[in-house]
Design a protein around this ligand. Structure first.
Ligand code: BES
Ligand code: ZN
Length: 467
């Protein structure tokens, strides 16, 4: 690819990045819609048809699922491609070294929110098809359906409900469902993801009465909501053993088999790099019976995501706060179901809640984990495409993140998902100073081209054989 072309592509990529499509914040809903419009225009230019915004019934106020198809010959293979165009919030903004929505290139890394997770994937797909369309001309040898969501980072409600509607199953007919939102093993070693964790997300609200109180006047005679919340948290997760304490939590967990243990041990991973990527964290931590790599991919977790209440300003204020809150999430392994975890949590917390306060538990969202079939010809094709372009054999890895939609692809649509993507741990996804390496990005375009070309060839060979 010429430098001039690369420059042109970067400019286009930056146009999308500059739209702050943060799905979690209602004040950015307009930006989420603007990102959807931007993508729609690009799809139109590529000759896609039936471009439409999909909303499940009752979800019309949410971010649309963008649907687009280019079916030039129904006899050719059909590849369904999933991406998400929303991004995570940017806070704490003061920790960014540059404006999160004004991309800059530093040391050959594009620095911006969404640079890696996941606008890189959308643009790589579009650029690859643009290049291929110049070669292919009027009639493409593969059919493509795009499904792009704008709520992945905040629970994916619209797409999940939409996937369950009978018409969707009719629409999403295809040979493989490429989910473009996963990770690489390292900066230079590509990966194909064969497993992802599920998730169940909660909030606990602890309330005392109707007002904050003087801690001298009332202290000692009333239960402090923050103390109560701290007590509840110690009953949910044991810091010493790294185990989740919710009764029944591990009931459906399928343990890491010896075979898988051996495979995960082959994935390039060192604790030293892991700690470095974790912002120079002090030490690894977790369930002592498992390696760090196993803990972060094949084992369930408990994590408080945020905690608030009372006084946190400068100096001191002597109060018993009226309220305390925590948001927490559990990452689940594929056989654990979020509905079951919801039931366990909803039953257990009232049992451990101290009587002196009101304790309310909310279930915010959940999604299933997934294991995919690694023996399909599509996986083989992907493997060859990645190796061809990155020059090293990709590894089969299990990711610790969640893409709840991927499990629905299996259960509702019945097409096998292929989980790929170029995010690496040091990209600071979801954190300040998110980035993606320029070369990793441009090579991803090449690998998508290679994948599509292989897809086109396979079908031709089959047809030749039939003749
Ligand atoms: N790109 C990630 C998913 C991912 C992360 C895959 C790491 C493989 C490795 C995705 O954008 C994401 O962050 N998903 C959320 C989903 C949640 C909000 C339901 C996640 O995992 O927190
Ligand atoms: Zn993400």
């Amino acid at each position: 690819m010429t430098d001039e072309k690369k420059q042109k592509y970067l400019e286009k990529f930056f146009e999308l990045i500059k739209i702050p499509s943060i799905s979690a914040l209602p004040e950015h809903h307009g930006d989420v819609l603007r990102a959807a419009e931007f993508i729609t225009k690009e799809l139109e230019a590529l000759g896609f048809k039936n471009i439409s915004y999909k909303y499940a019934k009752g979800h019309e106020d949410m971010a649309p699922v963008i649907y687009a198809e280019r079916i030039d010959d129904p006899e050719n293979p059909t590849i369904i491609v999933y991406c998400h165009y929303d991004v995570q919030p940017v806070d704490p903004i003061e920790n960014w070294t540059s404006d999160p929505f004004n991309p800059t290139i530093v040391d050959n890394y594009i620095l911006a929110r969404g640079a890696s997770d996941s606008k890189s994937h959308i643009m790589a797909q579009l650029f690859a098809l643009q290049e291929l369309s110049e070669e292919w001309g009027e009639k493409w040898p593969v059919n493509i359906r795009f499904v792009m969501e704008g709520q992945e980072e905040s629970g994916g409600e619209n797409i999940e409900a939409w996937m369950k509607e009978p018409e969707t199953k009719e629409l999403l007919k295809g040979d493989v469902f490429v989910v473009n939102d996963s990770h690489f093993a390292t900066e230079t070693i590509p990966a194909i993801t064969y497993g992802l964790r599920g998730i169940a997300y909660f909030q606990i609200n602890v309330r005392l009465g109707s007002t904050d109180l003087h801690s001298g006047e009332f202290g000692g005679g009333i239960l402090n909501p923050i103390n109560a919340l701290a007590y509840i948290l110690t009953k949910l997760y044991d810091v010493e053993t790294g185990k989740v304490l919710i009764p029944g939590f591990y009931g459906d967990v399928i343990d890491v088999s010896e075979e898988e243990r051996a495979n995960l041990a082959k994935v390039p991973f060192t604790e030293e790099d892991f700690l470095k990527d974790a912002g120079s964290a002090r030490s690894v931590w977790g369930d002592t019976n498992y390696s760090t790599k196993e803990r972060i991919s094949a084992r369930p977790t408990f994590d408080a995501n945020g905690i608030w209440g009372g006084f946190s300003g400068n100096g001191a204020k002597t109060i018993i706060p009226n309220e305390a809150h925590v948001k927490f999430s559990t990452r689940l392994v594929p056989n654990q179901k979020p509905e079951k975890i919801k039931e366990l949590v909803m039953n257990y917390i009232p049992q451990i809640a101290p009587k002196g306060v009101e304790v309310e538990v909310e279930y915010i969202h959940g999604g299933n984990g997934i294991m995919t079939d690694v023996n399909s010809p599509w996986v083989q094709m992907e493997k060859e495409a990645l190796e061809e372009v990155y020059g090293v054999e990709p590894v089969f890895d299990r990711g610790g993140g969640s893409i709840p939609l991927s499990a629905l692809i299996q259960s509702e649509i019945g097409v096998e998902p292929l989980l790929i993507g170029i995010i690496v741990a040091s990209d600071n996804a979801h954190a300040p100073n998110e980035k993606v390496h320029v070369d990793r990005f441009f090579k991803y375009i090449e690998s998508r081209k290679s994948f599509y070309k292989k897809a086109a060839k396979v079908r031709k060979n089959q047809q030749n054989q039939q003749v």
